[in-house]
Design a protein. Structure first.
Length: 158
């Protein structure tokens, strides 16, 4: 069953490859349906995959091969809640294969989609009422590309 709200992602001919990559990376994930176009259209040819409905960690997504006119930007990203450094490293390594690290835990994958690989401890530390602690954590974070949990924890302790 599809979620009430589904994230729709526009690709330039890579929808099926992206869906296979993402569903292989995250637990509780699978491809639901592939739809092939019955005719030629500006983004593809008759018989090619036009959409891929897939589930990522229990959430619905649709990837469409719409052509090159609408590439991804950092204006939208997907955040991965990581339990620990090992999980940060696992997702970071997978997404960086053919991708490009950005800053502060952000990375652009090989398909151009932006991700935030975020250790679970970071958001509460940035929201802590102790403003000196949040400043130290923020100062540490903005120096990083991939987030290092030990360094964040050390900054929180002062």
């Amino acid at each position: 069953m599809m979620d009430k709200i589904t994230t729709f992602l526009w690709f330039d001919g890579q929808a099926e490859a992206a869906a296979k990559f993402y569903t292989g990376l995250f637990p509780d994930s699978h491809i639901d349906t592939l739809t092939r176009t019955p005719m030629d259209y500006p983004g593809g040819k008759e018989g090619e995959v036009i959409t891929v409905a897939f589930t990522l960690s229990g959430r619905s997504f649709i990837a469409m091969n719409g052509g090159p006119d609408h590439p991804f930007t950092d204006a939208i990203s997907l955040t991965i809640d990581c339990a620990d450094q090992a999980e940060v490293d696992r997702y970071w390594d997978a997404l960086s294969d053919g991708g490009a690290p950005v800053a502060c835990g952000w990375i652009r994958d090989r398909f151009g989609l932006s991700w935030q690989v975020t250790p679970r401890i970071l958001p509460p530390l940035l929201a802590d009422p102790d403003r000196a602690k949040t400043r130290r954590v923020m100062e540490a974070m903005i120096q990083m590309v991939k987030i290092d949990v030990a360094t964040i924890e050390a900054a929180a302790k002062g």
